[in-house]
Design a protein around this ligand. Structure first.
Ligand code: NCD
Length: 314
C-alpha cells in the first residue's frame, strides 16, 4: 500500500484491476449510489488546484464527501499564494493543520512528485494532473468506462485523436491500456501535435484519421491545449476541425458499435462535433460518473496507507 498516486506508470495490471473493481462496487454500470459511506470519516482531504478544473475537482469533491471525509477545497486565488507564498510553504502549512491527503493539480510537470518526495512525504498525495506529464485518475476512469462498455480492455482497438503532444491524459492512458493488454493502440494528430517516441511505446502512429479509426472499438478525442502551446502549431481551428475533428461521418470506418470518449472539457466544433458528443456513441457523461467512483476507490486505497503511517507501520 502506498501513500502516493503520482503516475499510472507506478501501477501494474493487478493493482489497476483492483482499483477498477473497487470503483465498480461503488458504481455498478456507471450508476452512483445515493447513500453515504463512512470509510473516510477519520481522514482530511485537501483539494489543491493550481490550474483550472471542472470535472476532476468536483468529482474528487463528491468522492471525498460520499466517503464522509473532512474536505477542504483550497482556493488558490484567494490564498496566500497570491501574496507570494511558495508551493512548499503552502503545503507545509496545510499539513500542519492536519491534512491527510492532498489532491494536487499543478501546471508544472513533476510538481506532485516534488511535493510527495521533498515536502510532505508522510502525507497522502494524489496527482490530479501535472503539466503535460500525467493524469492517473483520468486514465483509470477511462479504463473503467472502456471495461464497462466493451466488457474488456484487452483485444480492443483504441484510437486516440488530437493534441497528444500536450496531453497528460494520453500519456497516462497509453500506459494503462498497455498494462491492461489492449492489443492495438493508435495515435492520430497533425505532425506538430505528436510527441516523439510513440512507436517505441507500442503506439501505431496514423497520419490520416480514416486509418486511425478503421475498425476501432473506442475512439478518444483530445482537446487542443492552447494554453500549453508556445508557438502556433495549427493554421486555424476550422482547418483543424476539417481534418482532425471527430464527426459521425468520419467514424464511418469504425466498428458499428464503436464508442467515443473525451476527457473534457470538450470544444464543440474543434475537437468533436456536437452531434457526436451528444449522440448514441458518446460515453462522455459515463466518464464523469465513473470519475466519482474511481476517485472514491483511489481515496480509500490512499487512506489505508495514511492509517498505516499514523500507526507507525507505514
Ligand atoms: C484534462 C486535463 O485537465 O488534463 N481534463 C480533465 O482532467 N478532465 C484534459 C484537458 O484539459 O483537455
Amino acid at each position: 500500500m502506498t501513500l502516493h498516486l503520482l503516475d499510472l506508470d507506478d501501477l501494474g495490471a493487478a493493482e489497476i484491476s483492483q482499483i477498477l473493481n473497487q470503483a465498480e462496487s461503488f458504481a455498478p454500470d456507471g450508476k452512483l449510489p445515493s447513500s453515504q459511506d463512512d470509510q473516510l470519516s477519520d481522514i482530511t482531504v485537501v483539494n489543491l488546484f493550481f490550474e483550472g478544473s471542472t470535472r476532476t475537482r468536483t468529482t474528487f469533491e463528491l468522492a471525498a464527501e460520499r466517503l464522509s471525509a473532512t474536505l477542504i477545497n483550497f482556493d488558490v486565488a484567494t490564498s496566500s499564494t497570491s501574496k507570494g507564498e511558495t508551493l512548499r510553504d503552502t503545503l507545509l502549512t496545510l499539513r500542519a493543520s492536519s491534512a491527510d491527503i492532498f489532491v494536487l493539480r499543478h501546471g508544472y510537470s513533476g510538481a506532485p512528485r516534488f511535493v510527495a518526495e521533498k515536502v510532505v512525504p508522510q502525507a497522502g498525495l494524489i496527482n490530479a494532473g501535472d503539466g503535460s506529464h500525467a493524469h492517473p485518475t483520468q486514465a483509470l476512469l477511462d479504463l473503467l468506462t472502456i471495461r464497462q462498455l466493451k466488457g474488456r480492455c484487452d483485444n480492443l482497438t483504441v484510437a486516440i485523436v488530437g493534441d497528444l503532444l500536450h496531453s497528460r491524459v494520453a500519456r497516462s492512458l497509453i500506459h494503462g491500456l498497455h498494462a491492461m493488454g489492449t492489443a492495438d493502440i493508435r495515435a492520430c494528430a497533425p505532425l506538430t501535435l505528436l510527441p516523439d517516441g510513440l512507436a517505441q511505446r507500442g503506439v501505431k502512429v496514423c497520419h490520416r484519421l480514416e486509418d486511425a479509426v478503421r475498425d476501432a472499438d473506442v475512439v478518444i478525442a483530445l482537446r487542443l491545449q492552447r494554453e500549453r502551446m508556445q508557438t502556433h502549431r495549427l493554421p486555424s481551428t476550422d482547418e483543424y476541425f476539417r481534418h482532425w475533428g471527430l464527426t459521425e461521418q468520419k467514424l464511418a470506418g469504425a466498428k458499428a458499435d464503436a464508442i467515443v470518449m473525451h476527457p473534457g472539457p470538450i470544444n464543440r466544433g474543434q475537437d468533436i462535433s456536437s452531434d457526436l458528443a451528444d449522440g448514441r456513441r458518446s460515453a462522455i457523461l459515463r466518464q464523469i460518473a465513473n470519475g466519482v467512483a474511481v476517485r472514491m476507490a483511489v481515496l480509500v486505497r490512499i487512506a489505508e496507507a495514511v492509517r498505516q503511517q499514523r500507526s507507525g507501520s507505514g
